[in-house]
Design a protein around this ligand. Structure first.
Ligand code: SF4
Length: 891
């Protein structure tokens, strides 16, 4: 017997529905895409498919801890409540803060916001969504008068042109990308344009890629607005009747752009390509502009959003099927956080501190006479205030700011200095929990119950699959218990997540009368059973729209005082910190296909670690030459704020003068891989979102005396500090190593790292002349560990050796070949993993392409299954096809 439960993926803002089948012993969960969920219709990406592998109790935070000692819940909650009250009594409510996460469920978020803003009386509740999409929030509010996403996912199948701006959806929102790829295959006339400094995996289906200079988006879209006006492609009736401010916006655009050639030169792109894009945009009524962190994470983030929206307003392309600006949110519940006021300038239910009536209304609804009267501090300023000692107690929920915030070393110091750091999390060991005085075990994805909202305003249920590990509790329960102990018993007497959802729904309809976009008042009286059975639905859900609503603004009515949409006059501004002689390159940061945020969950799934196993830096071939870097060598990257080490990947997908590093690695998985250390803390003046895509840096080769690797069946406690990366594999752990100093005696050093007794028999090889050392240990014919060290940097590939850990017994040939690191004759090495779902490596793919004469990704799929499950690797299969076939056809 087994149960199948409909829930939602906990990773990106696509918000895919999942059908999770739990066996009767509750020890095995099978994950499949929910065929009825309107976000994905059964599709999942590699991360979603690997969810079952992340449901480990190992590594979970299982009990409350006070200053390193296990505590009961009752003691821990009393202690936290009293400590907060003491700080507030001595220093006032502004001396405490909450820092939340787009991983929290809406019910958790609602209660946290209510406690801080409604009852503690400070605005100091902010969230990691500040780093993700606060520029979209600010842009929406300027243009529409409310934080409204106008369209829906179904529009991607109805559009005739889709423009990706600062969005590598192929890796960051893979299922939406799959839907678009399928639409393009069905309708090749559908035009795809990618506007991004990098040639990303999303370019695989693009008709046109505009590799614009980093930060020049506002100029490019000002140029488009001027072009539309100049070519009589604006909708004058729409502009007159439904909008305000067109003349000022157009004048700004004309004043800053001069001509298409001028814009192309300033944006460093081919003038004909730009002309082509402008022409297509002018001619294609059903155009969607999908944008993401490449737009938002900028000191001009809000202006970039409005520059895009201006072009849609000018053409009247908003609120109708197949068209409109569309912000792809990063996190599973970034939208839910926005609904309940997770950002420090918001209140709840799309109300905020800028309107005294809103403050009054929320206070009345909550029956609170202590409500905050002004916004709190946004993320970067909030951690500055902790550093300066203005905030004395902070409670961090489900996020890892020591890794993810810009100027991350300062964030680490801030928490080291802070009088009281409380962290509630489901994971025991993160870079942030390491600095906490109090740890509170929260329930993980498979244990929680509540709601999330995806990028298209669709509210879906996350449902419990498994019994919570240890003493883990829901975040809303933990917050409510602390609130009750602080004296707010009545306002936080929730018994279930459904109680909170009903209150949240009631507040959304309270004195609304159509004045606020967010209205789910139809749920205010829903029963527990209806809450349990809630099916995915797009807000608003009220008396006028009992079944939800796909699109806003089709009626031309907006939430501004005049009811008209606002054009915003945009004057392009340079980023706050520009490259100079000391820091001549621009650092861009972003996500990878198979990892999520700070890897606390995805790094547990062995198959997700094989695609990109180490922190890396991508650099253009000419820049690599100029800075004396070699492919797969190591590089030292430093900025005014910090430094990191990364593996060099030389690629012409990178624009000259630009570097790219992934955002994911933490001190738990790499000695020097935290990119947040490098990133500048400049923020957008309106949205307060940090500039994570533009930091001036310097790069130089890191030349260790030796390099090496360990593969070990057990996780190790290395005492090597110079350079290491830890990668979980299938039944083994892999450690990549490099060092400045040569140990006096390699065998003793190896024993220390491997935790091996000197008497343990092992295979060894040492070349004193070349400085190479290799050792392997086999117990009862099963491989336990191998260690390879080389001073010539000529190590074998790891895939064949790694595969041996899954074998119950080594055969004699394999045993003999161990210290060569290469497969014996007749055995194959599959190469770097490309398809995570079916574990198909690069060498296998290249061999099949050559030997079987495969010419399309579909043919590769038929032959090897690669790319036929989640499809996330299809862009890379296409790159391999192109590379292999072009080599094959050389004379
Ligand atoms: Fe999860 Fe992938 Fe869907 Fe995003 S696209 S919600 S990560 S399955």
């Amino acid at each position: 017997m087994s149960d199948t439960i409909q829930t939602t993926c906990p990773y990106c803002g696509v918000g895919c529905g999942i059908s999770a089948t739990v066996d009767k012993t509750h020890s095995h969960v099978t994950i499949a895409g929910d065929k009825n969920h309107p976000a994905n219709f059964g599709r999942l990406c590699s991360k979603g498919f690997a969810l079952a592998e992340t449901l480990e109790v190992n590594g979970r935070l299982l009990q409350p801890q006070l200053f390193g000692q296990t505590s009961t819940w009752s003691n821990a909650l009393d202690w936290v409540a009293q400590a907060f009250l003491k700080v507030i009594e001595q220093h006032g409510p502004e001396a405490v803060a909450l820092y939340g996460s787009g991983q929290l469920l809406t019910e958790d978020y609602y209660v946290a916001n209510k406690l801080m803003k409604g009852f503690i009386g400070s605005g100091n509740m902010d969230t990691n969504s500040r780093l993700c999409m606060s520029s979209s929030v600010a842009g929406h509010k300027r243009a529409f008068g409310a934080d409204t996403v106008p369209g829906c996912y179904a529009d991607v199948e109805l559009a005739d042109m889709i423009v990706f701006i600062g969005s590598n959806a192929a890796w960051c929102h893979p299922v939406i990308f799959q839907r678009i790829r399928a639409a393009k295959e069905a309708r090749p006339a559908l035009k795809i344009v990618v506007i991004d400094p990098r040639k990303t995996a999303s370019c695989a289906i693009a008709d046109l890629h505009l590799p614009l200079a980093a930060g020049s988006d506002t100029l490019l879209f000002n140029g488009l607005l001027a072009y539309l006006a100049d070519h009589d492609a604006v909708d004058s009736a729409y502009i007159d009747q439904q909008t305000e401010g067109f003349s000022a916006a157009l004048n700004s655009a004309l004043a800053t752009t001069q001509s298409t050639e001028h814009v192309a030169a300033q944006c460093q792109i081919n003038s004909e390509d730009l002309q082509q894009f402008y022409q297509w945009f002018a001619q294609t009524n059903k155009t969607m502009s999908l944008y993401s962190q490449g737009v938002n994470q900028s000191t001009s983030g809000t202006d970039k959003v409005n520059a895009i929206i201006n072009c849609h307003l000018a053409t009247g392309r908003i609120g109708q099927p197949g068209m409109g600006p569309f912000s792809l949110t990063g996190q599973p519940n970034a939208m839910g956080g926005r609904e309940v006021g997770g950002l420090s300038h918001q209140l709840a239910a799309h109300m905020d501190f800028s309107k005294p009536d809103d403050i009054q209304r929320v206070a009345q609804f909550w029956s609170s006479d202590r409500i905050a009267q002004q916004p709190g501090l946004p993320a970067v300023e909030l951690f500055d205030a902790i550093y300066d000692g203005r905030i004395k107690a902070v409670w961090i929920m489900g996020t890892n700011p020591v890794v993810s915030l810009p100027n991350a070393d300062k964030v680490k110091q801030a928490l080291q200095r802070c009088e009281l750091v409380i962290v509630s999390d489901c994971i025991a060991h993160t870079d942030t929990t390491a600095l906490a005085h109090v740890l509170l075990p929260a329930q993980a994805w498979s244990e929680k119950t509540g709601t999330v909202t995806n990028s298209e305003r669709r509210i879906s249920r996350q449902r419990r699959l498994l019994t919570p590990a240890g003493e883990a509790m829901p975040d809303w329960w933990i917050i409510s218990q602390v609130a009750q102990r602080m004296g707010f018993e009545q306002a936080f007497a929730y018994q279930t997540a459904a109680d909170i959802f009903r209150e949240h729904a009631a507040l959304s309809g309270y004195e609304n009368n159509g004045t606020r976009d967010f209205d789910i008042s139809a749920f205010a009286d829903m029963s527990d059973t209806d809450y349990e059975q809630l099916v995915p639905i797009q807000w608003p859900v009220n008396a006028s729209h009992p079944h939800g609503k796909a699109r806003f603004f089709a009626d031309g009515k907006f939430y501004t005082p005049s009811g008209k949409a606002h054009f915003i006059a945009i004057t392009p501004k340079p980023p706050q910190h520009l490259p100079d002689a000391q820091y001549p390159l621009i650092l861009n940061t972003g996500r990878l296909r198979d990892q999520w945020h700070t890897m606390t969950r995805t790094a547990i799934a062995a198959k997700l670690n094989q695609h990109k196993p180490e922190p890396f830096v991508e650099i253009h071939p000419q820049d690599a030459k100029q800075y004396h870097l070699t492919h797969n060598g190591l590089a030292h990257i430093n900025s005014r704020w910090g430094a990191m080490l990364a593996r060099v990947q030389i690629t012409d997908t990178q624009k000259r003068g630009n570097l790219f590093v992934p955002m994911h690695w933490t001190a738990q998985y790499a000695s020097h891989g935290r990119m947040g250390s490098l990133v500048n803390p400049a923020v957008d003046a309106l949205s307060k979102q940090p500039e994570s895509k533009y930091t001036p840096v310097h790069i130089s080769p890191y030349q260790p005396q030796w390099v090496g690797f360990i593969l070990s069946r057990k996780a190790l406690s290395l005492n090597h500090k110079d350079y290491w990366v830890k990668i979980k594999g299938e039944q083994f752990y892999r450690y990549e190593l490099a060092g400045h100093d040569l140990p006096e005696h390699w065998p003793s050093w190896a024993q220390q790292q491997l935790g091996r007794l000197s008497s343990t028999p092992c295979l060894e090889y040492q070349d004193y002349h070349l400085g190479n050392y290799r050792t392997a240990q086999v117990i009862k014919q099963r491989l336990e560990s191998v260690l390879f060290i080389s001073r010539q940097k000529d190590l074998p590939e790891r895939t064949w050796l790694s595969g041996l850990f899954s074998k119950p017994q080594l055969d004699d040939d394999e045993h003999r070949a161990l210290l060569t690191g290469c497969p014996p004759l007749g055995k194959v090495d599959v190469g770097t993993m490309v398809c995570a779902c079916f574990r198909v490596g690069e060498k296998t793919l290249v061999n099949a392409i050559k030997e079987q004469g495969l010419t399309t990704a579909a043919a590769v799929g038929q032959c090897l299954k690669a790319g036929t499950n989640c499809g996330s690797c299809v862009p890379e299969i296409n790159v391999l096809l192109k590379r292999t076939l072009s080599v094959k056809t050389l004379p």
